[in-house]
Design a protein. Sequence first.
Length: 184
Amino acid sequence: MPAELIPDNIEDDPLRQAQTEVRHLKATIAALREEMENLSIGREQAVQAARAENFDELKQMRETASALRDALEDLRFEKDRAVQEAVANANDEIVQLKSTVGALRDELENLRFEKDKAVQEAVAHGNDEVTQLRGTVHELRDQLENLRFDFEEKLQSQARDTRDEVGHLHQTIQSMRQELEARN
């Protein structure tokens, strides 16, 4: 009988299965508790690290703001000095430019006088050249007219010679035809 009470297979005994399952569940619960504690500790450490990092970042930002204020003050001072220097340089340059403008006005007046003189000379030279060119054109027209007359005369002469030759050839052809017809 004792052999009948103890089953051969543990899987067939529901009590043993339940006890095994309870042990597994307890082990899982313990592992989960330990993991939750680790997560809680890790989260706390992360919060502290973030606070420390934020504190460091805030400190750096305050230092940066202070450095930027100092740099801004330096820039204001430098800007004021640069403006004063630029005004002084501009005043010097204005004086120099006024002097240069006066010299350029004088030179411009001289150039206008020279230009007017050169224009008058060029107009006179151009008028002389136009007169010469008109004479040359007149001579060339006369030569062209003579050449045209000679060409037309030669053309008419050649046309007359060609008509005469064609007429002579027609007569020769007519006589050769008659001679050929007489032989046939």
